[in-house]
Design a protein around this ligand. Sequence first.
Ligand code: PGA
Length: 234
Amino acid sequence: MKIIASNFKTNHTRQSTNEFINDINKFLKDENIKNDIYIFPPSTALDNFDTVSNLCIGTQNAFYVKDGPYTGEIGHSHLDEFDIKTILIGHSERRHILDETQKTVSLKFNYFKALGYKIIYCVGEPLDIKNQGLSQTLGYIQEQFDGIDLSYKDMIVAYEPVWAIGTGVSCGLDDIATIHKKLAKKTTAPLLYGGSVKLDNIKDIINIPNVDGVLIGTASWHKDDFKKIIENCI
Ligand code: PGA
């Protein structure tokens, strides 16, 4: 059984999210698909969705509070309202564009861990580190585990090289295999690959040893493409 996760990022409205989730839910039911599917809509589109048990809706982000004076943020009371218990933490766009430090990422991780959330925890190296070689890459990823409990039972780890995200250029299959083998030695958490996963590479990627699933941005934003990707993981 594989895990297929869609990260909407700053795409889809409340209305189109609703249509997307209902359509995917019907598809999973009609086709009797057993893979675990995750969808991460933008915060404004979170809601109570009536879904099959293998379709989980999560949040792309939240601050490590229940509520309070944190302009622009949401806390876990806003997630409780919709019974959301799944969160993405450490995504490269939050680290590198929104300037989240490892300290912030680990505070979030530990806060939501204490609440028993399912955490999809993202790591991955930028291009200049990749170009320095494997040991630099592994060292960089190791630092992204600072303050993170790798034995947390409700954790999924996503390896997403920064240079492969949203670029159309996926990581080579051998490189994915190498990194995932190393990660599998560190944790028993399921391991996802993310970074330009699309219809023409999904079959190859999903069959790499130690790849338990994928985290997809761009290629998952159209429901028909996402359905085709899911079909290719059966
Ligand atoms: P991408 O994004 O599929 O558009 O490369 C992946 C991600 O950011 O999780």
